[in-house]
Ligand binder design. Structure first.
Ligand code: NAG
Ligand code: NAG
Length: 426
């Protein structure tokens, strides 16, 4: 800035002139008011219905923080903090789901005291507002743009020391998950589901506090991200992507806090690792609609497994039904439907449906669409209505005589009938 005046008095006078009148007329820090104005200006006025939060924002007649929760600025913002100069500062911007369209400019980041930005469930479009080089507001803990129409790539959100929750789900975002997300030290929850994200999942290992990751319904590719999740992670959903290859057992064992994992609707193959059945905390595992071919028996036979629900349906699993699944003490829902299993239903499954040996009884047992044969075990025959749900349809169990036959599953080949042992399996 060119020094126009050498006098010492000038800057002081200027300061008095600037600050004194403003503290009288404005309780909100003027820069915060400008940022709020820019947010409202970005929203298409035709999309602001009467009665909505933004319809009450009238900068001509009221001061935002001073008027907050009154008939002007009724909702949409919170100002919990005042700064050293006594100005009220915006700490939360939370627009109502009123159907706002338009876009949000990067000036939304010119709210340095912002702790939460919530714009979910609207029709906002355009790019995710690009954070300034200095980073996001340093106190920002929660950022939600869920269920809008934001498009383009996810910007680098590095330099956001307090950000714990990031919701970008259900938009039209494309391109890769930026590796810079892994530099958000406080991140606990990351939701990216239902976008059009591509590329491999980056190394999220440095996110030492991450517990929840949902990146389902995208077009992510590559293998299971072995070693790329921190040990803190509790829930992972990568459902409906394009992941391929095997799940290494060591990668599952390396996530000791994992409770829920959904990798269904991908192209994963090979063996379901035994580590999933001797895991110390895993309760729900969903691997349906992949190309798994076999199931590895865990070293301990599954006796310490904490699995409650296991869905391995719609794969290419063959051989006999693994008896050890019936020995996992807490398992309550088991689906193996639409695979290539052959042989009889193990006694271990049948007794679990009625409950035995202190193990939790099966509440759901879905074995339909396989090549099972032989007699239906008696505990499954006499089930009363309202007891466990058991589906054995589209096997040969009911159509075959109670001898040992080896039949084509009805669902895959509806026209074939049971026939004596035929080693050719489709
Ligand atoms: C991670 O979580 C712990 C426990 O909640 C907390 O004390 C710590 O500050 C968090 N780390 C970061 C970088 O926020
Ligand atoms: C997703 O991205 C692919 C490749 O970039 C593109 O061809 C496709 O149209 C996109 N789909 C949607 C719904 O945006």
């Amino acid at each position: 800035m060119a020094s126009s005046h050498p006098s010492l008095c000038s800057p002081l006078l200027l300061l008095l002139f600037l600050v004194t009148p403003l503290t009288v007329t404005s309780k909100t820090f003027p820069g915060d008011t400008e940022a709020l104005k820019a947010v409202k200006q970005g929203v298409d006025p035709r999309s602001i219905p009467s009665g909505s939060c933004l319809s009450t924002w009238d900068f001509a007649v009221a001061d935002p923080c001073d008027a907050a929760f009154s008939p002007r600025f009724t909702c949409g913002l919170r100002c919990d903090t005042s700064d050293a100069a006594g100005f009220l500062r915006v700490t939360e911007l939370a627009l109502d789901p009123a159907g706002y369209s338009g876009s949000i400019t990067p000036s939304v980041w010119s709210l340095p005291f912002l702790e939460s930005l919530e714009l979910a469930d609207n029709s906002l479009a355009g790019a995710v507002p690009l954070p300034p080089p200095a980073g996001l507001p340093p106190r920002l803990r929660r950022l939600s743009l869920s269920r809008n129409a934001f498009s383009g790539e996810i910007p680098g959100f590095s330099a956001a020391p307090a950000l714990e929750e990031l919701y970008l789900d259900n938009n039209l975002l494309s391109g890769p998950i930026p590796p810079g997300l892994a530099t958000l030290p406080a991140l606990r929850r990351l939701e990216l589901q239902t976008n059009n994200l591509t590329g491999e999942i980056p190394d999220l290992g440095p996110l030492q506090n991450l517990t929840f990751l949902d990146a389902s319904n995208n077009a992510l590719s590559g293998g299971f991200p072995s070693g790329k999740f921190p040990a803190s992670v509790v829930e992972i959903s990568l459902r409906s992507n394009r992941l391929e290859g095997e799940i290494p057992g060591a990668a599952v064992a390396a996530l000791p806090a994992l409770q829920v994992m959904d990798l269904s609707h991908n192209g994963l193959s090979g063996a379901v690792p035994g580590a999933a059945f001797e895991h110390p905390s895993l309760e729900q595992l969903t691997l349906a609609y992949n190309r798994f071919e076999s199931i590895k028996r865990p070293g301990d036979g599954g006796l310490v497994s904490r699995l409650i629900a296991l869905d391995l349906g719609h794969n290419r699993l063959g051989g006999f039904l693994p008896a050890f699944l019936g020995s996992m003490p807490r398992l309550s829902a088991l689906s193996l439907e639409d695979n290539r299993f052959t042989g009889m239903i193990p006694a271990q499954y049948a007794v679990r449906v009625v409950g035995a040996w202190g193990a939790v009884p099966f509440a759901r047992l879905i074995l339909s669409g396989n090549y099972l044969s032989g007699p239906v075990p008696s505990p499954l025959v006499g089930l009363k209505e309202g007891s466990a749900m058991v589906n054995l349809a589209d096997n040969c169990l009911f159509r075959c005589p109670p001898e040992f036959f080896f039949c084509d599953g009805g669902r895959q080949k509806p026209s074939t009938t049971c026939r004596e042992f035929n080693p050719v399996i489709p």
